[in-house]
Structures are given as C-alpha cells and as structure tokens.
Design a protein around this ligand. Structure first.
Ligand code: UDP
Length: 237
C-alpha cells in the first residue's frame, strides 16, 4: 500500500471501503492491524515528538482525519480526496463487525459513557457481538489484559485520548488475540450522545472545524496548527 508523506509523517490515501476491505482480508489471514487518526496538529507535534511520529508511522492505517491533510494532499497532487474521520471509521468497523460476526471490545471513557455508547451501538447494530468492555480509568492493568484475552475479541476500540491510547495499543497488542485496534479518542462520548457532532451541512462541506471553533473558542490555539502546517507543506520543496 503506497502511503503519502507530509513532513515525515505517513498518511494512508485509502477510503472507508478500501480500509474495511483490507481489514477483512487481514483478519482472515490472522494479521493484526492498527488504525490511527492523523491531523495537522499531530503532524506538527511529530516534528519535535519522535515517539508520536513513530507511533503514527508504525500503524497499519493512518487515516486522514481533518480537512487539513486533505488540503495538503490537493496542494501536493496527492490521492487523498476525502476525509476518513475516526468516529466514522469506528462506525464502519462496527458495521463490518456486525456483518462478519467479529467480537468487539470497548476500552476507555467514563463508566457511564462507555456503557451508554455500547447500548446505543447495540440498538444501531443488533447483530453486534460485544466481547466486553472496561472504562478508561481501570487501575489493574493485568486484570484488564486477562479480561481481554478471555473475551476472545477480534476488534478493539481504545478511547483514552491521544497518544495515550496508541501507546497502550503498542505496548499490549502482542499479548492480545485482537486483530484490529483503533484508537478513537472521544468517540465513545459521541456514540453515547454526550458530545454532539457538527450538523450535517457543516460536515458535508468540510467545515466541521469551523462549527467546533464557533461553539468552543478554546480550540483556537489547537487549530492554529492548520495554517502553520499548510504553510510548511506549500513552502517545502
Ligand atoms: N480518557 C480515559 N482515561 C484517561 C484519560 C481519558 O478513558 O486516563 C477518556 C476520556 O474520558 C474521553 C477520552 O478518553 O472519553 C478522551 O477524549 P478526547 O476527546 O480528549 O481525546 P482526543 O480525541 O482529543 O485524543
């Protein structure tokens, strides 16, 4: 699979359909896969944070979450022509799991959030097989590992925030039976209905960031990464 590279950070140019197809094959072959969301903020941070860059580049699928990576690909004549967001990727993976009978484990967020998210997911995908769950504040890591091993999970969503969730996946994946890991940040909060996504018209035209900024001005500093990132991409020979 050819990746695109922005300032030393790899991004997968695949669509939701292509990723789910590949995941299906990889699960059938018993191969482990990891999915990580990439955005301009993480790419900028990777310039000085080698651990983060290695975490991203060491993943199987680096999904272009955020309009910034899409713009960079356009400017550089790349092939990325739509966003692949963490929360929508999770939704596709839930659909695939329900269709294929994959067992799903949910780890992360507050107890009431993860349980509500699972309840809503079970309503949306009645065929889903929930292998188990744990909130993101578990103290006994060994007990958690045992629980996941016993659950025979095929797919696991880890919602501890980034890069905590990716570090957790990297550290533990070898001793787990899980075939597909996705670090999903605040997505359990979205599935639980605790965090509202931007209305569809904003999302359709790639303006989710604008909606978020307008409703949560604290994000301004984080979003400064976008113009800086685009400037670097344009001026880099
Ligand atoms: N979280 C957790 N354990 C921790 C820290 C955070 O389970 O030790 C959860 C938190 O409850 C929230 C999610 O991780 O559900 C963090 O989401 P956030 O939107 O901050 O992550 P981002 O997408 O920005 O990486």
């Amino acid at each position: 699979m050819t990746k695109e590279e922005y300032m030393g950070v790899q991004v997968s140019p695949l669509s939701y359909e292509e990723i789910t197809q590949q995941l299906k094959q990889r699960v059938a072959q018993g191969e482990q896969s990891t999915i990580i969301a990439v955005n301009p903020e993480k790419i900028m941070k990777s310039q000085t944070d080698e651990t983060l860059r290695d975490l991203i580049n060491g993943s199987t699928f680096q999904i272009p979450d955020g309009v910034g990576v899409l713009l960079a690909s356009r400017l550089k004549g790349g092939d990325i022509n739509s966003r692949v967001t963490g929360v929508d990727m999770m939704d596709r993976l839930l659909q695939l799991s329900a269709d294929e009978g994959y067992r799903v484990f949910f780890y992360g967020a507050k107890e009431e959030v993860v349980t509500k998210a699972i309840e809503n997911i079970q309503q949306k995908y009645p065929a889903i097989q929930v292998a188990g769950y744990e909130n993101g504040y578990a103290q006994d890591q060994e007990a958690l590992i045992q629980k996941i091993q016993d659950s025979n999970a095929d797919v696991m969503f880890v919602a501890l925030g980034s890069p905590k969730q990716e570090l957790w996946i990297r550290e533990n994946k070898e001793r787990l039976p899980v075939k597909v890991f996705q670090g999903v940040g605040g997505s359990f909060d979205v599935f639980a209905g605790h965090v509202k996504r931007a209305p569809a018209p904003f999302r359709k035209v790639g303006m989710e960031w604008f909606y978020r900024l307008a409703t949560d001005p604290k994000r301004f500093k984080r979003q400064l990464a976008l113009p800086k990132f685009l400037w670097r991409v344009i001026t880099k020979k």
